[in-house]
Design a binder for this molecule. Structure first.
Ligand code: FES
Length: 76
């Protein structure tokens, strides 16, 4: 299915990110995570795939309840 910008965005999980791509995929090396990292799951972050906190606005405006995936390094 080819993305058509004329189609309504209602019901889309991804309303805006990399719509010129057939599939959005990101890779992060585990070694580069550092102490912790928050991965966006609302698809509205300006720093996608990283969470920028905009999920709070999305939740407030829509009644949704999405939030990030938090990765943290276990203390060894
Ligand atoms: Fe998308 Fe936080 S901005 S989950």
């Amino acid at each position: 299915v080819v993305w058509d910008a004329r189609r309504p965005k209602v019901g889309l999980v991804n309303p805006d990110i990399q719509k010129d791509q057939q599939k959005v995929v990101h890779s992060i090396d585990v070694e580069d995570i550092g102490e912790k990292l928050s991965i966006c799951r609302c698809w509205r972050s300006k720093t996608f795939p990283l969470c920028d906190g905009v999920h709070k606005v999305h939740n407030r405006e829509t009644g949704d309840n999405v939030g990030p995936l938090r990765l943290k390094r276990r203390d060894v």
